[in-house]
Each structure stands twice: as C-alpha cells, then as structure tokens.
Design a protein around this ligand. Sequence first.
Ligand SMILES: *Cc1c(COP(=O)(O)O)cnc(C)c1O
Length: 400
Amino acid sequence: MPGFELFGDLERKEVNDVLNNGVLMRYGFDGMRNGHWKAKELELELQNTFQSKHVQLVSSGTAAVSVALAAAGVGAGDEVIMPTFTFVASFEAIMMLGATPILVDIDDTLGLSPEAVEKAITPKTKAIMVVQMCGSMANMDALETISNKHNILLIEDACQAIGGTYNGKPLGSIGDLGCFSFDFVKTITCGEGGAVITNNKEYYINADHYSDHGHDHVGNDRGAETHPFLGYNFRISELHAAVGLAQVRRLPKFLEIQKRNLNILQAALQEIPEVTFRTIPKGGEESGAFFNFFLPDLEIVNKVTKAFQENGIDAFWNYYNNSWHYIREWHHLKDLKSLYPISAELIKGLEYLKTKDFSKSDHYISRNISCLIKLSWTEEEVHDRANKMADIIKSVVLNK
Ligand SMILES: *Cc1c(COP(=O)(O)O)cnc(C)c1O
C-alpha cells in the first residue's frame, strides 16, 4: 500500500518548485511564491479524486478526524461511537475534543457492526465514526440508515481505504464528513498530512478556519484577518502538500497494482476450504491496500503466522495481541494513563471499558490474518508468495 515504495522524480519536481521560491507556508506571501500554491492545488485534485465539493488539507490523519468532529460541532459531553478495530488515532481524536469514545463491536466486514451501533445509541450520541479498515468498508447502507433515523452524524475515517468505493462512490465521500491520512505508510503519502472532505459548506468553512487558529482567511492580508471562533494549528506545509500532489497523480497506477496483487493472493487461497474472507458489502470495491482472510481458530492462526515467518513471508499481522489497532491491548486507554488531568465527565464516560464484553470482535480479530499489499512486488513475486502461503496453510491444517 505505501506510496513511498514508488517515489522519486515527480515528487522531487514538485518539492523543488517550493524550495526554489522559498515559501514553505500554505497561506499568504502571495508576491513571493511565483504562482505556486501546492496545498490549494492538491485540494483541487482531491475534490476530483474523492468526488467531494470541499477538501481541507491538514497536518495528519489524526488531525483530520479531530477537525472533522470539531467542524460538525462535536465536543465535551458528546458521545462518538467507534469500532474496537481501528488505529489508536480514533479515540485520541475524539478525546482531544473532550468527547467520549464509545467503542462497539465489529462484524465480518471488519468494520462497525450496525447492530452494535444501534444498541449503543443514547441521547448523548452525536456521531458515528465508521473506520474503513484495511482497504475495505463497513456495511454503509445500514449505517447510513441508522444515522438518518436517529439524526446522528456519520463520519468516515477512510485513512486506510484511499481509492476504495461503495456503489461507485469513493470511500470517505459517503458520510457527512470523510477523513484521510497521507502519513508515510498510507496508499499515497505527503510524509505527514491528512484531509477532511465534505459536501457541506458550513462544515468546510469551519474546518478551514479551525485548522488555522480560527483565522477567517478573508482578504489577502493575513495580519488583518478576524477570528469568528477559536481554532488551533493543524496546517499542512507547502513542502508536504507538494509531495502529495505528485503522489495523487500516481494513485490510479497504485490502485491498479494493488488490485492485481490482491486478486492473485485471493485466487490462491480461496481453494482452501478452511480459509474464508471478510464480507465486502454489496456494491463495494476494495482499494487492495491489504489482503485479509480468516482461519478456523487462533491456534491455527498462530501456527500459520509462525510458519509464514520461518518461510520469509513478511508484512502480515494478526491483530489480536496488537497494541496499535485493537482494543484488547489498549491498556493506556482502559487505565486512562494521561499526562494531564482528564475531565470527571470523560473519566466516568469511559468506565464501561473495564467491563464491556467485546467477544464478538474477538471472534473475528483472533481468526484474521491481514497482509499488507506492496506496490513494489512483481507479478511473479506475488504468484510465488501466494503459492507459498497456500502451501503453508494447507500443511498446517492437514497436520492439526
Ligand atoms: C493512519 C491512520 C490514522 C491516523 O493518521 P496519521 O496521519 O498517522 O495521524 C487514523 N485512522 C486510521 C484508520 C489510520 O490507519
């Protein structure tokens, strides 16, 4: 998946444009920049890529989630429903605003279970944060229905699903707001960077101001801008945006390679009766960033992952004991290890984490193996890898 694998001349040219005129900041300095507005240009490109009316670039995917929530008015006392399987950034971004993350189970899509979401709704629920993990998606029809029925925001974290689609729409463009990351390991990279997309003009203006200290960006004279409301600094730099501009132009090629590699891997493993795949909701198409499959139980998963390692198969994970992506090992969250005091309301709001049963999520995560799909593999290498993986799984299952 990572854009950094295919990287070079195009990125260097865009970055040199910025270095040659010396304006590393995305706003202002109009006279010095010789017409180069890399962040603005990238926002226009992304409007097209993500089929969204408005795009606000920010400094990271985590910033994108916080800015999206803030732009839609989510804050202290509000509850945001999010999945147990995601990246730690999801709860960080919610808690940064003083809101309470309400973790609920996933289903066989590896995304939010609509049933679990419905059960978790309270009068305090302000938003459902769906996370499109590993290049695919949750059951968006069902989640949209729930968000409409209860008049709750639907926000999409599509950081890991750049280029995936649902009923022809880019993932990220389905909810009220969508969030992307362009960190170093994402499908396209800026080094660090992120984006908020929305068709709602008010949310967009909020995101634009909020991510730059609340400056209203009216007129050309930065010193004279006023501040309709409070904000912070989540700006992207021109240098980072320049890298992203080159990368987004490579995205169609990246997606073609990823999907080719995914198909080869999937074809090799689908002959094995013990292997099953995550459900891709009807109308959905994966981005091909990852290849995910399920084995019958954790014991077999452990044997297979050990054999993969011994046979030189790299870049795969079982998330059950992983402290980055799955609730089981998020002790810093469960024990609220904060450097600074947290509000009494939030402490109380998170007490449920000590006792809530997440065995439904365990059922899927313990049996899952998730393989990163690299852009740099040749077709021959993918076939080779796929055959090796299939042989290993068959022999483990046979010897059980
Ligand atoms: C990478 C990622 C983020 C955070 O992005 P950063 O740019 O690293 O802050 C958020 N959510 C998910 C699902 C991610 O994979």
